[in-house]
Write a protein that binds this ligand. Sequence first.
Ligand code: SF4
Length: 115
Amino acid sequence: MELTVVKNATCTFCGCVCDDIELHSDGVRITKTKHACSLGESWFRNHTAERLYPDALIDGQPATLDAAIDRAADVLHRAHMPLVYGLSNVTCETQREAVALAELVAGVIDSHTSL
Ligand code: SF4
C-alpha cells in the first residue's frame, strides 16, 4: 500500500479545531499522527475509509434519509424546548445549520465539550 502524508489537516473532534495535524495513511487507515493530542490521535487512528453505517437510523434500525428527516421533523415539532446536542466530528457548515435549527425550533444548543 502507498503511504500518503497530509500536512495541516484539521481535527474536528473536540471543537478546538486544531489545524496543524500531520497524518500518514496507508490508503485504508491513518497509521500515524503528528501534533494531535491523545484524543485527536485516537479519533484519527480509529477511522477508516470503510463505510460502516447506513445513511440514517430510526430506533436503531437502518432507514432511508427521507424517512429519518420526516421522523426528526415530527419529533422536533412535538418537542418543548428541544436540545440540539453533539456537534463533534462535523464541519463548520454543519454547526452553522445546527444553530439555525435550534433557533428555528426555539430549542437550546450544546456541544459534547460540556461533559
Ligand atoms: S481533539 Fe485534540 S487535536 Fe483534536 S481538535 Fe481537540 S485538542 Fe485539537
